[in-house]
Design a protein around this ligand. Sequence first.
Ligand SMILES: Cc1cc2nc3c(=O)[nH]c(=O)nc-3n(C[C@H](O)[C@H](O)[C@H](O)COP(=O)(O)O)c2cc1C
Ligand code: SF4
Length: 719
Amino acid sequence: MTLSDRYSILFEPIKVGPHTAKNRFWSTPHAIGYGIDNVASQAGVRSTRAAGGWGVVFTEANTISPDMDKTPFKMSRMWDEGDVRNQRFVVDEIRRNGALAGIELEYNVSVNPMAEGRGLQPKMVSGGIGDSGLSVAYAGTLLELDREGIEEIKQIYVSAALRARDAGFDLVTFHAGHAASIIAHFLIPYYNTRTDEYGGSVENRTRFAREMLQAVRDAVGPGIAFGLRLGVDTLDEPIGLGDRGLRSDGDTPEVIKQLDDLVDYWDFVPGVVDWGIDAQSSRTVAENHEKKWVDGLKAFTTKPVVNVGRFNSPDTMVEVLKSGQCDFIGAARAGIADPYLPEKVRTNNIGDIRECIGCNICVSRDMISMPLQCTQNATAGEEFRRGWNPENFTPAKNRDEPVLIIGAGPAGMECAMILGKRGFENVHLVEKDSKIGGSINWVSNIPGRHEWRRLVEYRELQLSQLDNVEVILNTEFTAEEALEYGAGIIIAATGSHYMRNGIDPYNRLPIGLDPVYGERVLTPEQVVRDGVEVGKRVVVVDYDGYFMGPGIAEMLAKRGCEVVLATRGEHIGEYQRYTLEISHTLRDLRDLGVKLRTETSVIPAGDSKVALVSPDWQEEFEFDNIVLVGPRTSDNGLFKGLLDRRNEWAENDVSMVHRIGDSVRPHFIAEAIFSGHRLAREIDSENPAKPLPFIRERRIIDATPEDYQLGAKALSSIY
Ligand SMILES: Cc1cc2nc3c(=O)[nH]c(=O)nc-3n(C[C@H](O)[C@H](O)[C@H](O)COP(=O)(O)O)c2cc1C
Ligand code: SF4
């Protein structure tokens, strides 16, 4: 297929400094939990993005001095010759796959408590007010910059830029985006209270950036495009800095004008420390949510401009370019969810785009310093260590075996799709409901989770295009029926459900509400999926610690219920701290009048009364219903039934029986999809029930390149 005229603007080449980008797709810097020490994993993620057609592919924020080491966060570094060598490997892989390679350099004004080295001397722009560059108070304060310090940091930037050149990067972005770098702190009045020529007026506040950029240009020479990732608006208080910050309709245009001749491009983002405002989830914002801060700023520069904003839809991208908002469509998450997005647009396969659902699981992995994961794209982060490419599949050796998958939830849909793509001749995906999607069909009705429907929509379309996969609805199977169905491979993907009772994960004792209150205790499925009527006064008891408890509280409060949300955890919806959703969630719940109780046990205190007991206080609530967001348990009866009949497998020509997703172990949706994907990728291995060893990228004494190949002896002792 050929490029449709409608999208051709996305493929117009454009000059960026000394280079020409082949199209308008710009993969913005984003951390993936591998740093530069896991160099092949780093290269795997980025080169897949390049192969997927992104014209410009950035790696991530690189620390440029041991003084601002981000340990324990595993981020790339540009400190020494060793880093240069590893970075060069990544650059070569990006360029070999057809993209320009970019790096983001950052002298971060914060210090982490467990930094790898000791004797660190991290600097900040000025002392006193605005001395908030610390990630934790107990790590102590930073050193106020004197003249010598300013020169030293300029030199650190120069050295890092020279290393970036030696590594072969085409573009270097200096990070001043999320109010965390020293460049940003010089620009923002709140942080910069200096009274010398580096503080005060815009001209003074841009002086450091001007001098640094000039010094870098002088040292590096032509051949590299330099840009600034600028935090254009530090937002209103209390999230932002209000009048003491940098505002799009305030000083920002002047900042841009003063620095414009020293940069080759601009990458505009919001400028607050909470980078969750930039990488907001779909719970709060839709595509192009940064428009209100960035629109119009292009008028103040003569250089190409990059914007981000969870761009997924090629139509929105076209609109944004045509409106003159920017020149490049920047994206982190759309590229994580679908590294081949540009290629799919170019070849007019729009429907095949695996759209980001905005769940921010990728962000959470970054926040807990773990390798990249994506709910939509099971291959994200697995490019090198498992050798997976999201669009390439090898024909399975046992593809002539008919397959029966029971349950068309996330795991079942994914497994059927991948088996179909691996050439299985006959896959039946059977679902007891009247539509596929499983739990997503009701979970996506929780406030703010509607975009999660895309998990189903994408797979529904893919399955409909696979002639070798048949979806059979409204059909339930017993173990006996499954065995007699005529399938050689049977896969149970029967999901899980919330328990009416169960064990309190915090103290391992029975929860004990159901035995006292019986049907007045409701599960999430009853409330959200089945629409069971809920009384006026509701206590939502959350043992799950993610989105379900707060989501149900929000939903019921919006219906007019008086809601108390109680959790044994130290925080409401604990995991949402990592998805960077928590501040929005708390604000919305408070606005709705939901009473929030943390570190709280809910215990019976009478017929229609519960006691909320925290370590410091106790209170009682009259209620009509309790919604128990308790532990989940696997629906694995079918699988167990199949195992019990193992002696009947041979006579029914069944060679193997597996289970996937929540029916193995309830977990995140991302894990369910991964589980289905993994089994399908490895269904022709010796023992598909066990994941094949992946490449653990690490230093191995006396290693040879063979030690880092899939299947190497050095890796095979995991199980
Ligand atoms: C997992 C993850 C890690 C990120 N790490 C960085 C980073 O290292 N440097 C940076 O400037 N921005 C980082 N970002 C922000 C993105 O570059 C981007 O500005 C933001 O996600 C909004 O774009 P999007 O809506 O296309 O995701 C990160 C984003 C994600 C999702
Ligand atoms: S994890 Fe979620 S938010 Fe992140 S890229 Fe994947 S689908 Fe999008």
